[in-house]
Design a protein around this ligand. Sequence first.
Ligand code: MG
Length: 165
Amino acid sequence: MLSPDLETRLNEQMRSEFSSAHLYLQMAAHFETSGFPGFSAWMRAQADEERAHAMRFFDFILDRGGTAVLGAVEAPPAEFGSPLEVFEASLAHERTITTAIDGLYEGADRATSAFLDWFATEQVEEEATVSQIVESLKLAGQSGPALLIMDRDLGSRSTAPDPGA
Ligand code: MG
């Protein structure tokens, strides 16, 4: 059985994961309309992953006999800048998620801690991946050919379903 406080905080993280999906889907729309179909596909896959993350919380809360409460999803910004600015915003967002996941360990019981370990590991990978994209975009600068190559490369991202979802 989850403590009421932990249940509230897990629900809040579930809401936050759904908000992340919303944010990345909005970024996908931005890239689609600004001539970067590959970046758009990457963001769409990212949105799917975030939704799968939210569903992990949904299922965990229910499996522990808790009540899953779907809160309001935050509205993402309507406008975005250059690809570099979008991926920098994405990196900053992932860092706040990592901090939030770390915070959930406080007061967590053993089963919840074990559940959170998957997310802690996942966040290391998320941050590393997005950091690398940010660095590549910095190198590409304003070069059209370099950006088009990156767009093509990121568009080939696999959208294999989350095996744990
Ligand atoms: Mg996530």
